[in-house]
Design a protein around this ligand. Structure first.
Ligand code: GLY
Length: 315
């Protein structure tokens, strides 16, 4: 029998105790990962995931999430999903109920969520709206109220939002996505990722979190990996898959993560190239790396009373 382990990126500690409770009672890594991420998505203090997540340039919260199973490499994901507070559950439903597909986006993802009976909610909290207005300043005036019809205002909106995206850089400190990676007693490994994405992104922008191989990858022969930070960079580096390839070559998890980030850092990027990654192997070894000093990941094993924090290697 495998010893259960769960790890997660910064701010996943809100969900890890619930995940470990499931794993200790013999529950599945799939349930553990979904439960942990739902807790994070429901955490109104967190402005990078679920309800309370920072909106796109138009003030609409658009969520990306994915889940991948190590033994089958089955993958389910949603992207640019509006109005549903728990995208990780919709991603799981894609995996389980729509196996002929792996990724649904936008309106189609919302239609599927409705068909599955998921509850809707207003995801833009007062605090997230305040942060959006503060960050975008006067530009908000030119984008608010221009959400649907094409017309004179649409041109102004496009100019304003392009200008915004050009000048926006991610916040200091950990931002974006939450990763949760769990190994259950049966030896199954699952990786889940959930995010509200790049703050004030261009509407319709999808990041690495919903893309298999980029933000999320899991192969039970070796291990699983997930990324946070600049998704456009992770997509170009096929970040999570690259980490797992290093595990397959025999790297330890921390070195595998560091090798991927070292490669990604060679890519030209006019925006800040901050990317972080985590890995958990089929036999419970774990590690992480980041381009930022002070970045940590959270860990719970069968003997943990509460989440512990481990430093990531700085690349
Ligand atoms: N890594 C999250 C994002 O870029 O959306």
């Amino acid at each position: 029998m495998t010893e259960p382990v769960v790890i997660g990126s910064e701010r996943s500690e809100v969900g890890l105790p619930a995940a470990m409770e499931i794993l200790l009672s013999g529950g599945s890594a799939l349930d553990a990962v979904e439960t942990a991420l739902r807790r994070c998505e429901d955490n109104l203090e967190d402005h990078y995931v679920g309800t309370g997540g920072l909106p796109n340039a138009r003030g609409e919260v658009e969520l990306d999430a994915s889940i991948m199973i190590g033994s089958s490499r089955a993958f389910g994901a949603v992207a640019a999903l509006k109005g549903y507070p728990n995208p990780i559950s919709v991603a799981r439903a894609v995996l389980e109920k729509l196996p002929q597909h792996a990724l649904l986006v936008g309106e189609g993802a919302a239609f599927f969520a409705q068909e599955c009976g998921f509850a809707t909610a207003d995801l833009l909290t007062d605090e997230a709206r305040r942060l959006w207005r503060e960050a975008l300043g006067p530009s908000v005036e030119s984008v608010e109220g221009e959400n649907t019809a094409a017309g004179a205002g649409d041109e102004a909106y496009r100019a304003a939002s392009l200008e915004l995206v050009r000048r926006l850089a991610p916040h200091d400190g950990p931002w974006g996505t939450i990763n949760v990676l769990a190994l259950d007693r049966s030896g199954e490994l699952v990786v889940g990722v959930s995010t509200s994405g790049y703050p004030y992104k261009y509407p319709g922008r999808v990041g690495d979190s919903a893309i298999a191989g980029a933000g999320n990858y899991c192969d039970l022969r070796y291990g699983g990996a997930a990324c946070t930070g600049r998704g456009e960079l992770s997509m170009r580096a096929i970040g999570a898959r690259a980490v797992v390839e290093r595990l397959a070559l025999g790297d330890d998890p921390e070195s595998a993560c560091a090798a991927m980030l070292t490669d990604a850092a060679t890519l030209p990027d006019e925006f800040r190239a901050e990317l972080r990654t985590l890995a958990l192997t089929f036999d419970g070894r774990h590690g992480g790396a980041a381009g930022q000093v002070g970045s940590v990941y959270a860990l719970m094993t069968a003997t943990s009373a509460e989440p512990e924090f481990r430093a990531r290697r700085v690349v």
